[in-house]
Design a protein around this ligand. Sequence first.
Ligand SMILES: Nc1ncnc2c1ncn2[C@@H]1O[C@H](COP(=O)(O)OP(=O)(O)OP(=O)(O)O)[C@@H](O)[C@H]1O
Length: 262
Amino acid sequence: MAGDNSVKVEIRDLVKKFQTRNGEVVALNGVDLSIQDKEFVCVVGPSGCGKSTLLNMIGGLDTPTSGEILVDGKEVDGPSPKRGIVFQQYALFPWLTVEKNVQFGLKLQGMPKERMEQVTEKYLRAVGLENFAHSYPKELSGGMKQRVAIARAYAVNPEVLLMDEPFGALDAQTRVQLQTELLETWEHEQKTCFFITHDVEEAIILAQRVVIMSARPGRVKDIVDIDIPYPRDQATKMSPRFLELKNDIWGQVYEEYLEVRK
Ligand SMILES: Nc1ncnc2c1ncn2[C@@H]1O[C@H](COP(=O)(O)OP(=O)(O)OP(=O)(O)O)[C@@H](O)[C@H]1O
């Protein structure tokens, strides 16, 4: 289950500055991080510490001011189907059915129709939406829409899955359900996952390592190994080790939150 010790994503001395009307904003200032192949990493940190900025740059949606991001040893120079992204707000095409949403990236890849239908069926089944293939996004609940976004990301078979608070807008029960499903899929598909969340419990349930970022300008403050075996479930949250890790991570995030408020 753990990464196989080959580095998938290497981030070196990454700096990102934005020029705004009110002057320069240093979002990230010297981020170093190595993510192993097939590893599940969660990132936590106070609001505005640059988590989304970091994810967008790994995804190739934005460029660093200085420093490097290497995927498989090659510098990221734009988006790639090898890196799938799931955002907090479902980002589905409202005019397309669930099935057509999932097939969007497959069409761009020129996948033959029959194969595309098999892939769509497989992933809609994986997220429990096989009976909603012909529904439109507006007919689905928030949790169902996010399931479609996850199925769509998995369908193109990315090597790295970048998830920016994908469950942030969901109610607690749906969130727990989707966490469980995501872990199950990760166990089968073994992708490298980079997952941003504000929820420390969510980070501990999902990740092999939790990266804690400092207040803006963001840097890596600490990396905590989550030495709780998989499969993890809701009962895991009652274990003494879980509570110990939660206290540690929560305490560190809170310190940074207080920095923001200064
Ligand atoms: N396009 C942009 N132009 C100017 N400033 C930006 C831009 N994108 C992000 N920033 C600034 O960079 C900093 C980091 O933003 P980012 O969204 O990455 O933080 P975050 O940690 O993801 O926050 P949150 O947890 O609230 O989502 C913030 O101060 C933000 O205002």
